[in-house]
Design a protein around this ligand. Structure first.
Ligand SMILES: C=C(OP(=O)(O)O)C(=O)O
Ligand SMILES: [Mg+2]
Length: 572
């Protein structure tokens, strides 16, 4: 019988196909004590070996079918199977508490997952998903039940699951799987992030799935509105076939722009770049034809692990990104930890106002060892592409000078060691603190570029925590107060002859883009999926016309007026 569900629209698009229910239900073992701890430990070690073999196989197949990047997740899984925090902790529980291997595994991994989830951070949540995935696989070996996989699906299908683990999503064969629906999850859960990066329609968090969704039932997925239609009527089906066709056509049209330059209707060339947090994000950057990477948030390299990444590890990552971008500009931001981003292995004093505390560059100047390691890795990688180094959270000139002094010291050390370093690295800074806007004239004389971080600039200007729902109404990117700050930065940069970019969310916002273009922003860095809609929009806009229109917007009194004004003039 026809029915409809709603959930979170996690990754846009439409799909019409048959349902397939995928279950890998979590097994909760009983608390059992055992007589022979040695034998039990042996059983656990065997499960690890079997899981390793299996993951190796999946990794190889995934690499052949879906490419190296999709297969990378399994490196992390193999790494986990050697992680003492997991393996030794389970073995200790077996020996010390005489617990069964199943119960010891369950106790240790639920503890780790809960601890990671408490950190309430996107990347750490992904790590929690990895731990769950690996422990599910180990458990299946211990209890002798196969761990279900999605790799065998060979019919056009929409997957229904409680949630999808990283190894499930890595195995999705997009020739057959047209979308998925999960009972749990939010826009930032692992499966949602993965769906967006695969551009696969997904609705998550629909709640407990009813039995009426049997395998083979026809389903419409409207992942743009977050709706799922089970066994729809002919009328609804016809309506959605039409919607899907229009959506797919628009997407195909946009894809044609991926190899086109980013140029306005009056011939101004702009740089529409992408933000990344890891090398996994590169596939979409290239596929969408971004003009470069405008922000690599390197803190994610430091998260979801137990110790700092070494210089060599960082060097390899930066080199990889630079090589993949093949001569296009890559702006790599130095560590921006603190505020909402914590590292479990970095002991920091508890602060009552972490967003106003020891974060980002302030921390790097206190912990020079960390900073120097990262700078060395960056300098060494610079010969592999077009590298820009960017410092976050600078408020005053002395911080910039200190950061540059340390950078130059490391450059000199490498020179003496005979290591080559590019001599065309641009060094810039983020503008995300109001004091830096007001001091932009002075700062501009000592950097090669600015990149405006509106996510923080708005919160510090409005004195409204960017994560606090109760004051979310103050988070107003188009407010004339914010626009004036942006204009001040661009003007100061122009006077000093340097370029200005923006890498906060505002840069990819179709309502903000006309104004930013009019104010003279040179580079816009956004999520990879926003690049083509932005390119299409700027192709319709005249910079000259928007220079005049943005003047008018800057003189308005409220965000609402500005928004309405832009939407009327640019038909976004
Ligand atoms: C891009 C920014 O940095 P993050 O979101 O990483 O703080 C910003 O503040 O706008
Ligand atoms: Mg910021």
């Amino acid at each position: 019988m026809a029915s409809t569900f709603t959930g979170v629209a996690a990754s846009p698009g439409f799909a019409i196909a048959k349902a397939f229910r995928f279950t890998n239900t979590q097994y909760t073992p009983q608390k059992l004590t055992i007589a022979d701890a040695e034998e039990e430990a042996g059983r656990f070690r065997q499960a690890i070996e079997k899981a390793k073999g299996e993951i190796e196989d999946i990794r190889r197949i995934t690499e052949q079918k879906l490419g190296v990047q999709k297969a990378e997740i399994f490196e992390a899984h193999l790494f986990l199977l050697e992680d003492p925090d997991l393996v030794d902790a389970v073995l200790d529980k077996i020996t010390d508490e005489q617990w069964s291997a199943e119960y010891a595994l369950y106790e240790v991994t639920t503890g780790v997952v809960d601890m990671l989830l408490e950190l309430d951070n996107e990347m750490v949540r992904e790590r929690a998903a990895d731990v769950k995935d690996v422990s599910g696989r180990l458990m299946s070996h211990l209890i002798g039940k196969p761990y279900a996989t999605l790799s065998g699906i060979s019919e056009e299908t929409i997957i229904f699951a409680e949630d999808l683990t990283p190894s499930d999503t890595a195995q999705l064969d997009l020739n057959y799987i047209h979308g998925f629906v999960t009972e749990i999850g939010s826009r930032t859960s692992h499966s949602a992030i993965m769906a967006r990066s695969l551009e696969l329609p997904a609705v998550v968090g629909i709640g407990t799935m009813p039995a009426s969704i049997a395998d083979g039932t026809l389903v419409i997925l409207d992942a743009t509105e977050g709706r799922v239609f089970i066994d729809p009527s002919e009328e609804v089906l016809a309506q959605y076939r039409e919607k899907k066709q229009q959506y797919d056509e628009r997407r195909a049209q946009l894809k044609r722009l991926s190899q086109q330059p980013s140029v306005t209707a009056d011939g101004e060339h702009l740089e529409l770049a992408a933000n990344i947090g890891s090398i996994e994000d590169l596939a979409k950057v290239l596929e969408n034809g971004a003009d470069g990477v405008g922000l690599f948030r390197t803190e994610f390299l430091y998260m979801g692990r137990n110790s700092f990444p070494s210089e060599e590890e960082q060097y390899q990552t930066y080199k990889h990104v630079l090589e993949k971008l093949n001569g296009k500009r890559v702006v790599i931001r130095t560590l921006d930890i603190g505020g909402d981003k914590e590292l479990p292995y970095l002991e920091l004093p508890k602060e009552s106002n972490p967003f106003l505390g020891l974060r980002a560059l302030r921390l790097c100047l206190k912990r020079e060892d960390l900073f120097r390691t990262q700078l060395r890795a960056l300098l060494r990688a610079s010969v592999h592409g077009k590298l820009n180094i960017m410092f976050p959270m600078i408020a005053v000139l002395s911080e910039l000078r200190e950061a540059k002094r340390i950078l130059e010291e490391e450059r000199e050390k490498l020179r003496l060691e005979g290591v080559s370093v590019s001599d065309s690295i641009e060094v810039g800074m983020m503008i995300e603190i109001p004091a830096a806007v007001l001091g932009a004239d002075h700062l501009a004389k000592e950097v090669d570029f600015f990149s405006i971080g509106t996510n923080d600039l708005i919160q510090y200007t409005m004195a409204a925590d960017r994560m606090n729902e109760s004051v979310a109404y103050l988070y107003q990117p188009y407010h004339p107060s914010i626009l004036r700050l942006v204009e001040m930065v661009i003007k100061a940069a122009d006077r000093a002859g340097i370029w200005t970019g923006m890498c906060g969310e505002m840069a990819g916002d179709l309502t903000a883009i006309p104004l930013l273009l009019g104010m003279g922003l040179n580079e816009f860095s956004m999520s990879a999926g926003s690049v083509l809609p932005a390119r299409e929009l700027v192709g319709r806009l005249s910079k000259k016309e928007w220079a005049a229109l943005s003047e008018q917007a800057l003189a308005m009194g409220t965000q609402e007026e500005v928004k309405q004004f832009v939407e009327q003039r640019s038909s976004v």
